[in-house]
Design a binder for this molecule. Structure first.
Ligand SMILES: Cc1cc2nc3c(=O)[nH]c(=O)nc-3n(C[C@H](O)[C@H](O)[C@H](O)COP(=O)(O)OP(=O)(O)OC[C@H]3O[C@@H](n4cnc5c(N)ncnc54)[C@H](O)[C@@H]3O)c2cc1C
Length: 419
């Protein structure tokens, strides 16, 4: 995308950050019945170049059913589905220190799949390809927001190349190190998990059978997320291996053969030997949650508002639900004749999302600590808990329905309803 000339500098909404969540906000705003008339721009710091021929993206996401339904409502799903993705029908979770295990299956949930493992660039490229066809959407890309200043009822945004524009509402979708959040002095609670995620793609001896697998060790969880190759083969998995700093350094420093051996062993050879591994990357894992999602004329969504441990694959799913709930509230506000960026409208968004996001963040912290504990009584209790969950149908159903995004206040667009 080339940088736009400054044709119209006064916007109703400027979205800072055109990642998966920011792009979904733009798509939803441009399709909702009232907000589609608004003047909207996106400021995005990177220019994207998607090379699908270059093997699997090391960054993949487990996309929940609710997120899929959101993508369907936005008419982006058909494009996503043209790329390689894996609809996983099962999920196996087990405790390395005992016999506790739980197996979830799509058929138990009355669904064709529990979710989809999709490369992040597939989701983003599909959203951006749709947005590129929207002539009314103004792009500032690549360009970074550098300053924000309040002027009467609007914000003046200054970008890295000196361009300025104004907006009644600034949506911060600019990720974990959000500049919007910092410039607005929005405080957050930040707690490192003491883990780094080592991610890579592996080829395994046995086919994964479209089952996601996760082994919980006291050192951190190891997840094998099933991928389908271009020929539909089931020999590849995306790996997210959470480890403390020293262990992550050690694993990153291994040569390929030793890494394959180490990960085969760590996975208890659940898919036989790991035959090969692609380049390894690592990401520090930190829990963050803002104290306020909104300010007059400002709203935060996605990783700008919260980041969580990837052990349940929920980060971007929470972000998509933020996007869907925010646009639903903005659409309702415009219908009622309220100004865009009105605090009462934004507060409704905050009320809808803060509770579910807090619950998910706390649950992930609880899981992480529960499996890190090595006291005998805690290990016994968690093994019992896993086995009980496996045996008690309604409990299992309840957990899975949450993970699929089907419980609680699901925004209309994430239920497949156009607004
Ligand atoms: C190892 C790992 C595994 C994960 N697995 C899963 C999973 O299975 N399922 C799941 O749901 N989630 C998962 N997540 C979380 C998920 O990746 C994130 O929640 C998601 O990418 C956040 O999207 P976002 O659009 O909010 O932020 P980002 O993807 O960070 O996008 C922010 C955008 O803002 C732009 N930007 C930043 N600053 C500026 C600025 N000043 N001006 C203009 N633009 C700016 C950036 O260039 C970027 O494009 C995982 C995370 C990790 C680390």
């Amino acid at each position: 995308m080339s940088e736009s000339k400054l044709i119209e500098s006064d916007y109703d909404v400027v979205i800072v950050g055109g990642g998966m969540v920011g792009a979904s906000v733009a798509s939803a705003l441009l399709q909702a019945s009232e907000t589609r008339q608004l003047r909207i721009a996106i400021v995005e710091g990177q220019s994207f170049d998607f090379n699908f021929a270059a093997g699997f993206d090391p960054r993949v996401s487990a996309i929940s059913l609710a997120s899929r339904q959101f993508m369907e409502t936005l008419s982006v799903w058909p494009e996503i589905a043209q790329h390689r993705l894996c609809a996983y029908q099962g999920m196996s979770v087990w405790d390395a220190d005992g016999t506790g295990a739980v197996d979830f299956s799509a058929s138990d949930m009355g669904q064709a799949a529990l979710g989809h493992i999709i490369e992040n660039r597939v989701v983003l490229a599909s959203l951006l390809s749709q947005l590129k066809q929207q002539p009314s959407l103004q792009w500032y890309c690549p360009n970074k927001l550098e300053a924000l200043e309040r002027l009467d009822d609007r914000w003046v945004l200054t970008m890295a190349n000196g361009l300025e524009c104004t907006a009644k509402l600034v949506i911060g979708a600019d990720g974990a190190h959000s500049v919007v959040r910092n410039l607005c002095d929005i405080e957050q609670t930040e707690m490192p998990y003491g883990h780094r995620a080592v991610v890579t793609t592996i080829k395994t001896e046995q086919a994964h059978g479209c089952v996601a697998r996760q082994r919980f060790m006291s050192t951190g969880p190891l997840a094998f997320l099933p991928l389908l190759d271009d020929a539909g083969g089931e020999g590849y998995c995306s790996v997210v291996w959470s480890l403390d700093e020293d262990a992550a350094d050690q694993v990153l420093g291994l040569d390929d053969d030793d890494f394959c051996q180490a990960i085969s062993k760590a996975s208890e050879f659940c898919l036989g030997e790991v035959v090969s591994a692609s380049r390894r990357f690592s990401f520090p894992l930190t829990q963050r949650h803002v104290n306020q999602y909104v300010r007059p004329g400002v709203a935060l969504v996605g990783d700008a508002a919260h980041t969580i441990h990837p052990l349940a694959g929920q980060g971007v799913n929470l972000g998509f639900m933020d996007a869907a709930a925010l646009v639903e509230e903005l659409n309702r506000g415009v219908r009622r004749g309220l100004p865009v960026g009105d605090l009462s409208v934004l507060r409704r968004y905050e009320r809808r999302r803060k509770g579910p996001n807090t619950l998910m963040i706390q649950s992930m912290r609880g899981f992480k600590e529960l499996f890190a504990a090595d006291s005998l009584s805690v290990r016994w209790a968690r093994n019992m808990g896993l086995s009980m969950t496996d045996q008690v149908g309604p409990l299992k159903h309840h957990f899975m329905a949450h993970a699929m995004g089907l419980k609680g206040d699901v925004p209309r667009m994430a239920r497949g309803i156009k607004i």
